[in-house]
Design a protein. Sequence first.
Length: 139
Amino acid sequence: MSDEKKEPGNDKKPRRVLSEFAETVEGFAARTVESVRKTIDQALTTTRNTVLSIRVGDEANRKLTMLVDAGLFKSRSESAAFLINEGIKRQEELFAKIAAKMTEIDKIRGELQGIIGQADTPPEPPPAPPRRKGKDSAN
């Protein structure tokens, strides 16, 4: 053990550091909650007019229900719509690549339809050979 004497007030420094850390974490948590609330509010105000009937696994169902039980959403449908929208946002690069390829596919499809359209039109018959004067001719 050390024979050093503890200075009065020296034990307050760790408490102050811990208190500052706790305040920082609390502030971060508050900002995170506010950010999540804002995102959820945006998701809920987005018009949802397409109905999808989907099947999810037990784990996904538990997670959707957890969001409802936490009071973040009114229904599993709302929580699923939120998660789908967030997933789409996070995969924007993938969807951009797919859209570019779909444009190429549409162009090729149009070219093929043009080729088939030409095949459906019967070719024009060759011009009739000129008439020869001969035995059958009255001249």
